[in-house]
Design a protein around this ligand. Structure first.
Ligand code: GLA
Ligand code: ZN
Length: 683
C-alpha cells in the first residue's frame, strides 16, 4: 500500500503553487478540500526557484507550501523538480545540454532537455534531491517521492558517445566480439579500436541503417537514464529509506524499456492521456502493462486531464461522466490512486488551455470541478477497502521493448509494422471478453497461465523459445503471429528457416514473407468451423508462406499464388497446443479465435455482461471486488445472478437483474463478505 496512514485512495495531482502569488494558496486549499483532494504532487518544475544560483538554495517558499498542506490535511508527493534545470546551469555547464539525433547541440529551454550522461546534471540533481530529503524527511505532509518527470530524452553528445563505448566494452569485452555482435562485416563497417565507434544518428544514418547498433543505443539510453535517475533515488533513500520513490512514466512509452526501469522504482507510476482516436482497450492495455511491470503490484495513476488537453491537434473535452469512468477504469485494472495534471490551470505558456481542477474562472462552479468533487467524495466513502488488492489472470500477453524496437527498426517486410498495434489487436479480443490478462516478459514464469499470446514475437532472446516449449509441453495453449522467431537478441537472423527457435513448438517452417501493399488484401478460409470462426476473413499487411512440419492447417489463404496454403496452424506439442497466425487478420477473426481459445481453456469473465461493459475483479485475501464499467452511453442490463452484492460507490445492495446507466460504474463486493468485516451500508 502506498501509505498505510491514508484511509482512502490517493486523489489529487500536480500542484504548481509557484506559478501563483502566495495570496492564491489559501483559496487553493479551500478548493482542494472542497474537491476531496487528499494529496498533491509538488513542486514538479521548480528547480530554478529552489536553486537560484549554484551556491544558493531557497526552500522557504516550499516550507510554507508544505506547512499549508499539512495544516489542511493534504499530503504531498514530493517531486524533486529536476526535469527542467535552471538556466544558469545550462549556461555555465554546457555539457548539460543534449545533442539531438540530427547532431544539433540544443540550448536552454523547454523541459527534459538535458543529457542523461552529463556529470554536472547528475551531481546537481542528486544534490537537490538530497537537500529536499534532508529538509523534509520529518515533515508531516510528506508521503512519497517522485523523481523528475517523464524521462525520455535521447542524447548523442560526445559524453554520451564516450559512455556508449564504455558500455559496449563492458558488454562485449573485446572489439572482435563487438564486430560479431553488430555483424560489422556488412557494408564493410569492421572496427579495430573502440575510438572508431560512433553513435547512430542522422549524421551517419546508422540509427536507421545499422539495426544491431541502433538497438544497442536504445538499450544504452535506457541504462543511462536509469543511472541518472538512480543518483537522485539513492540520495533520497539514504535519508528517507522508509518512503517510496518513483518517477512518472509518459503514456508514450516506447523510448525507455520500462520492464527494466521497474526494477529500480519502488512503485510504478504513469500518466494516462488517451488520444481521442484510441479505443478503450488501448487504455486498458496500458494499465495492464503498468500493472505487469512489477509483477501485478498496484501502481500509481499519476496524471490524467480532468477534461481537455492542449497538445493534441484537436482537443475534445471529456464528456460528462468520462473522467469519472476513466478514473474508475484505472482502479479497476490495478491502480491505487486517481490523480490529475493539474490542480490550477496555468495562465500562460503552452499549457494555458490544458484542463485543470480549478479553471481560469477560479471557482468551484464549473462542470469539471463538480465532477472531480463528486469523484473525490465517492473515493473518500469507498475508503481503503480494495487498496493493495490484486488481479488474478489466467491469460497473458507477452510484451518486450527490445522486440518493439527491433521490429520497428527492421527494414522490411513492411513499413506499416506497428508492434503495439499488433499486441493491442489480440489484447482487444481478451478485453472485450473481460478475461483478466497479465502483460508479461517473454522469459516470465508461464506456469500459472492457461493461455499465452505473443503477437509478432520477431525477436527470441536466449531462453525464450525454451520457456515457450516447456510451457506448451506441460499443457499450455500458446499463440504467436506472423514474422515471429526471426532474430536473436542482437537482431541476427536465426538461420535454418523461420520461425527460428520456434519451429519445433509450432511445427511449421516459414519459407517466404510477403509484405503486401497497403491496398492489397488476401483472405483466411477456415477449413472447418472453430467455435464461431467460420467461412472467410480478410487479412493483409504480411502473409507468411509456410510449410507444415507436424502442425495441422486450420485455415488457408484465399487468393494469390499461395492460395490454399496454410495461414492458421495448430501443433500438438507435449500436452499443449501452439498456434500460428501467419498473417494480419481483420479484428473479427482475432476476436472469434481468441474467444474459441478462451472457451477451450475454460477462461471466464467475473460476470457475464453485454458488449461495451468492462468487468474486472481485484482480490485481497478472501475479499473480492468486481468492477463494472459501462463504456456505452446507453443503459446496460446486467444479471448479477442470485448473489447479493454491496456497491461500494453508492453503498446500496444489488442483486439479480439491474440497470446500469451509460458511463456509470459499480464496485461490487459480496454482501456476506462485506458485512462480515463490519462494512456499513449507506442508504
Ligand atoms: C505530461 C507532463 C505534465 C503535463 C501533461 C500535460 O504528462 O508530465 O507535466 O505537461 O503532460 O498533458
Ligand atoms: Zn549526451
Amino acid at each position: 500500500m502506498i501509505n498505510p496512514k491514508l484511509p482512502a485512495i490517493l486523489f489529487g495531482g500536480d500542484y504548481n503553487p509557484d506559478q501563483w502569488p502566495e495570496g492564491t494558496w489559501q483559496e487553493d486549499m479551500r478548493l482542494l478540500k472542497l474537491a476531496g483532494v487528499n494529496m498533491v504532487t509538488v513542486p514538479v518544475f521548480s528547480w530554478a526557484k529552489l536553486q537560484p544560483a549554484e551556491d544558493q538554495y531557497d526552500f522557504e517558499w516550499l516550507d510554507r507550501v508544505l506547512d499549508l498542506l499539512a495544516e489542511n490535511g493534504i499530503y504531498a508527493c514530493l517531486a524533486t523538480s529536476t526535469a527542467a534545470q535552471p538556466a544558469w546551469m545550462s549556461l555555465k555547464y554546457p555539457e548539460v545540454m543534449p545533442v539531438d539525433v540530427y547532431g544539433r547541440k540544443r540550448n536552454h529551454g523547454k523541459r527534459v532537455n538535458f543529457c542523461p550522461n552529463s556529470r554536472a546534471y547528475r551531481e546537481f540533481s542528486s544534490r537537490l534531491a538530497r537537500k529536499l530529503a534532508e529538509r523534509y524527511k520529518d515533515h508531516p505532509a510528506l508521503l512519497y517521492w517522485r523523481v523528475a518527470n517523464e524521462y525520455g530524452t535521447y542524447c548523442y553528445c560526445d559524453n554520451c558517445a564516450k559512455a556508449f563505448r564504455e558500455w559496449l566494452k563492458e558488454r562485449c569485452g573485446t572489439i572482435e566480439e563487438l564486430n560479431r555482435r553488430w555483424n560489422l562485416s556488412f557494408w564493410g563497417h569492421t572496427v579495430y579500436s573502440w575510438e572508431e565507434i560512433t553513435v547512430p544518428s542522422e549524421l551517419n544514418d546508422d540509427n536507421k541503417w545499422y539495426q544491431p547498433k541502433a538497438l544497442d543505443y536504445m538499450r544504452f539510453m535506457t541504462d543511462s537514464t536509469i543511472e541518472c535517475f538512480l543518483g537522485e533515488y539513492r540520495a533520497i533513500k539514504e535519508v528517507t529509506p522508509h518512503l517510496m520513490v518513483t518517477t512518472n512514466i509518459s503514456g508514450y512509452i516506447k523510448k525507455l524499456d520500462q520492464f527494466k526501469w521497474a526494477q529500480y522504482v519502488d512503485i510504478v507510476s504513469w500518466d494516462n492521456y488517451p488520444r481521442p482516436e484510441h479505443r478503450m482497450s488501448v487504455v486498458a492495455l496500458k494499465h495492464d502493462l503498468m500493472r505487469g511491470l512489477k509483477n501485478g503490484q498496484p501502481y500509481i495513476l499519476a496524471e490524467q486531464t480532468p477534461s481537455s488537453q492542449n497538445w493534441q491537434p484537436y482537443n475534445i473535452l471529456k464528456r460528462p461522466g468520462v473522467m469519472r469512468l476513466l478514473s474508475y477504469q484505472a482502479l479497476a485494472r490495478g491502480a491505487d490512486t486517481v490523480m490529475f495534471f493539474q490542480m490550477r490551470q496555468s495562465k500562460a505558456g503552452v499549457e494555458k488551455l490544458h484542463g485543470a481542477l480549478i479553471s481560469h474562472a477560479g471557482h468551484e462552479h464549473t462542470r469539471v470541478f463538480k465532477e472531480c468533487a463528486r469523484l473525490g467524495a465517492e473515493l473518500r466513502n469507498i475508503g481503503a477497502r480494495f487498496l493493495d488488492s490484486r488481479i488474478q489472470a489466467k491469460a497473458a500477453i507477452m510484451f518486450d521493448w527490445d522486440n518493439w524496437w527491433a521490429v520497428e527498426l527492421c527494414s522490411g517486410p513492411s513499413r506499416d509494422l506497428d508492434y503495439f498495434d499488433q499486441v493491442e489487436k489480440y489484447y482487444h479480443a481478451l478485453w472485450k471478453l473481460n478475461i483478466a490478462t497479465d502483460i508479461i516478459q517473454p522469459n516470465a514464469d508461464l506456469s500459472k497461465y492457461d493461455l499465452v499470446i505473443a503477437p509478432l514475437l520477431y525477436m527470441t532472446k536466449p531462453g525464450t523459445a525454451k520457456n515457450i516449449e516447456n510451457y506448451v509441453r506441460g499443457g499450455g495453449t500458446f499463440v504467436t503471429s506472423f514474422f515471429s522467431g526471426i532474430v536473436d537478441e542482437n537482431d541476427h537472423v536465426i538461420l535454418g528457416g523461420y520461425p527460428g527457435e520456434l519451429k519445433d513448438v509450432l511445427g511449421i517452417w516459414v519459407e517466404e514473407i510477403d509484405g503486401l501493399l497497403p491496398d492489397m488484401k488476401n483472405g483466411i478460409v477456415m477449413n472447418q468451423p472453430l467455435g464461431e470462426l467460420n467461412g472467410t476473413y480478410a487479412c493483409g499487411l504480411i502473409c507468411d508462406l509456410l510449410h507444415l512440419r507436424g502442425a495441422e492447417a486450420l485455415a488457408v489463404y484465399e487468393t494469390d499464388f499461395y492460395a490454399g496454403r496454410p495461414c492458421l496452424t495448430s501443433n500438438q506439442f507435449g500436452k499443449g497446443t501452439a498456434y500460428y497466425v501467419a498473417t494480419d487478420p481483420e479484428q473479427q477473426f482475432v476476436d472469434q479465435f481468441v474467444k474459441y481459445l478462451c472457451e477451450l481453456r475454460g477462461l471466464k469473465p467475473p460476470l457475464d455482461v453485454p458488449g461495451g461493459v468492462e468487468v474486472t475483479q481485484r482480490h485481497k485475501g478472501d475479499q473480492e471486488f468486481i468492477f463494472v464499467l459501462n463504456h456505452d452511453r446507453a443503459e446496460a442490463e446486467i444479471d448479477l445472478g442470485c448473489k447479493k452484492y454491496l456497491d461500494l460507490i453508492s453503498g446500496k445492495e444489488k442483486q439479480g437483474r439491474i440497470r446500469l446507466p451509460g458511463l456509470d460504474v459499480l464496485i461490487l463486493e459480496e454482501v456476506q463478505r462485506a458485512f462480515g468485516s463490519n462494512y456499513v451500508t449507506r442508504s
